[in-house]
Each structure stands twice: as C-alpha cells, then as structure tokens.
Design a protein around this ligand. Structure first.
Ligand code: PEP
Ligand code: MN
Length: 285
C-alpha cells in the first residue's frame, strides 16, 4: 500500500504511534484487551438487567445496547428509544459499567449524549460526513464502525473528519464488509486489523457479531481478531437469544461468552496452542 498523506491526523507517525482512549479504567489502544458486551438492542428492563448482572459478574466494564436501532426493514423493532436510554443509565449506575450506544443521526446527539460514555457510529453512517464533522466537536469517545463497502482509506478519511473537529478520542471498529459470499452475514476483514495498525495510531477493535450473523462463528473470529492485534472486541450477548428482538442468531449465550473469555485470557497470555516438542526461545509457564 502506498504511503499517504491523505489523512495527516489519523496517520501513524513517529511522534504519534498510538492513541489511548480510556473508558471506565480500560485503556483502549494500550495493554488492555477491551471487551465490550451486551445485547444488540435494549428490549426491556428484565432483559437488560439480566444481561448486565451477568456481565458485571464476569468483570466486564463496558456494556453495549442499542436504544435506537438502524434496521434494514422499517417493520423490524426500532428500539425503545428514550426509555431504552433510561434503562441503560440504570444498569450503568447499578453495575458501574460504562455504556456505548448508537447515535443514528445528528438530530439524536443531544438526546443520547448524557446517557452514553462512548458514541457508537454505525456502519451505515460512516460516510455521513456532515454528521462526522459535528462529532468532532463532542468531548466523548466516538467508536466509528467501518462502512460495509468502505476501503481502509475511506474509513481513515472518515475518522479524519472527526479528528479535524478537535475530538481525538476515536476508536475504529471492523464489523465485516460485503463480499460476493453470503454464507455469513458479512465477511470479517481480519487483515484490516494489522493494516490499520500500520497506517494509523487509532485503536481498533473488532465486532465479530455483525461480521458473521452466526453465534457459532463469533468465538473463532474473536480469537482471530485478537491474535491479529485488535485492541478489543464488541460482542453481542443475550439472556434468551431465541426471543431477541434484534440479532438473536448472532448473540452469544451466557455460557458461550464465559467460555470465550477463558480462551481470550489464554490467548492474552500468548496464544493457547502449543506446538509439541518445539524448542522455544522464551519459556512461558
Ligand atoms: C450494531 O452494533 O448492532 C450495529 C447495528 O452495527 P453496524 O452499524 O456495524 O451494522
Ligand atoms: Mn446488532
């Protein structure tokens, strides 16, 4: 890939090799592996508290949950809106978890702002340039998802719009792109993770839930993303995926999420897989 000066603010340089975004004690872009988890959508008090209680017990510090949902069909569940925001505030206070929730457009920014710790910008909005400019004026971290048809350069230019406005707290999120293969919902571009690490100082996390649409594939792709250098993961988890109002098939069950955390912990300690009889340069215990 040719070196570019197209995005001077997002570009990795000797002076600025890595940006750290700190949320609720988690250093995203640093040595922490940031795990963001929660339902696709806030559906009810009972659902949100059941999931929050489970996640808090697991030590999760950042919870996701959409109150306004960008659904492909206007007949699908659109979110609880302000009632959902209030439920998110409740679990945040009770369980000391930071909140990330999606802002669908500029008209909702003032409403959602007080309820969220990270502003989630969805794949469908990555090219909404006027909106991105306005996000540059906010003082909360922005998680910018990759557009489903966006090149890495287009994605970094979108980040540049936010950085230009003065907001330096941008987190990128690879969530799968559209390719010719529709076996899974999207195609997770694992290579984007080390490529972004070469090109930009911005932290990058992966969302294997939107990338696959299939809970059985979320675990393996989470491990792949972390092995490739991701700074964190955003994973959809649900107490009763069969009854979920949004993205049930890709939501992990509690048990699956617990198992995945154990594997991620091993991977964090260096890979988990051992090659028999190998003479290692460094001995791990
Ligand atoms: C989501 O996180 O639930 C979502 C709608 O994501 P994306 O914008 O990546 O489709
Ligand atoms: Mn979703």
């Amino acid at each position: 890939m040719a070196l570019t000066n197209a995005y001077p603010l997002a570009k990795k340089t000797l002076e600025k090799p890595q940006t750290l975004v700190e949320v609720n004690g988690i250093k995203i872009g640093g040595n922490d592996l940031a795990i963001i988890a929660g339902p696709c959508a806030v559906e009810s008090e009972e659902q949100l508290y059941a999931i929050a209680n489970f996640l808090a017990n697991k030590g999760i510090k950042i919870m996701r949950g959409g109150a306004y949902k960008p659904r492909t069909s206007p007949y699908s569940f659109q979110g609880l809106m302000e009632d959902g925001l209030k439920l998110l505030r409740g679990v945040s206070q009770k369980y000391d978890m930071a909140i990330i929730t999606e802002v669908l457009d500029l008209s909702l920014l003032d409403t959602i702002y007080p309820y969220t710790d990270i502003i989630q910008i969805g794949a469908r909005n990555m090219k909404n340039y006027h909106f991105l400019k306005e996000l540059g004026k906010t003082d909360k971290p922005v998680m910018l998802k990759r557009g489903m048809d966006a090149t890495l350069e287009e994605w970094l230019l979108a980040a540049e719009y936010i950085l230009m406005g003065g907001n330096q707290q941008v987190i990128l999120c690879e969530r799968g792109i559209r390719t010719f293969d529709n076996t899974s919902r999207n195609t997770m571009d694992i290579a984007a993770i080390p490529l972004i690490k070469q090109l930009s100082h911005l932290p990058i996390i992966a969302d294997p839930s939107q990338a696959t649409g299939n809970r059985e594939i979320v675990g393996p792709l989470s491990l792949a993303a972390v092995a490739a250098g991701a700074d964190g993961l955003m994973i959809e988890v649900h107490n009763n995926p069969e009854k979920a109002l949004s993205d049930g098939p890709q939501s992990l069950r509690f048990e699956q999420f617990s198992d995945l955390l154990d594997k991620l912990n091993l991977l964090g300690n260096m890979n988990g897989k051992k090659i028999p009889e190998l003479h290692l340069k460094t001995q791990f215990n």
